[in-house]
Design a protein around this ligand. Structure first.
Ligand code: SF4
Length: 94
């Protein structure tokens, strides 16, 4: 019996539209944030869930979900949001 290399699920946050199909198909490893975007367990996919993981990847309408060999996964940096700062208030002297 051939032992498969560990794989992890990763999401392309630019391509993902937050449809949530992946979380329905693989709730053991994918949950949704309050806006419907996936929160993915960084753990390797257990062999017993590999078929469901492949189905979730194939069902993503935006092709945003991927199964990659665990060692090839780049470290994930938390996304930073750019927030525009309002111009400084000026005090009027009266
Ligand atoms: S199914 Fe695809 S597009 Fe929808 S939330 Fe999951 S990764 Fe994003």
């Amino acid at each position: 019996m051939t032992r498969l290399a560990p794989q992890v699920i990763v999401v392309d946050p630019v391509a993902c539209d937050g449809h949530g199909v992946c979380a329905e198909l693989l709730p053991e490893m994918i949950s949704l944030d309050p806006w419907g975007y996936p929160i993915i367990s960084g753990d390797p996919v257990p062999p017993g869930l590999l078929r469901e993981a492949e189905r979730a990847v194939a069902s993503c309408p935006r092709l945003a979900l991927h199964l990659l060999p665990a060692p090839e996964v780049p470290p994930v940096k938390p996304a930073r949001r750019q927030v525009a700062m309002p111009p400084p208030r000026t005090r009027s002297r009266s």
